[in-house]
Design a protein around this ligand. Sequence first.
Ligand SMILES: [Zn+2]
Length: 191
Amino acid sequence: MTHEETPGDETPRSALPRDEAPHDKMPRNELPRGALLPDAADVDEARMALALKAAVDAAESGEVPVGAVIFHRNRLVARAHNQRETLQDPTAHAEILAITQAAAALGSWRLDDCTMYVTLEPCAMCAGALVLSRMPRLVFGARDPKAGACGSVLDVLSCEQLNHSVEVTSGVLSEPCGLVLREFFQERRRK
Ligand SMILES: [Zn+2]
């Protein structure tokens, strides 16, 4: 009988009790907050990549590149990007458009069992809309030190006086999510 062993590990994996399966050997401090298993982090990154694609679409149409997707369990129910310029609407942030799409897709204003993935930390308006939609979980990419309302400037989502709190995971693909914004503004300054 042969089996794979990590160097220095005398115990055959097959002999380990279930609770000490290989994922337990992952350094825990490398997992993003809120991720229970490495698998969960992979899923978050794959879904954030879809939001990032929407952000790139925004940049191509001259909009500040912020993208959002919403999953209801494992089904994509919304995909939107910022459209403030196109619609000349100050509320046309990616998150608001995505929440409206998801509610229409599910036929319910309550977005139970949904998770939003957005490339930039939501502002106060969008954080408020997340609370109103009863979204259980938010995953965002880059922080917004100027207007972020999920811990940076305000912390709307963990306000105990409100009747709903949202579980937040931050920093998922934060580098590319921030880069697409920086490149957009650099490009705009050159023009
Ligand atoms: Zn917003």
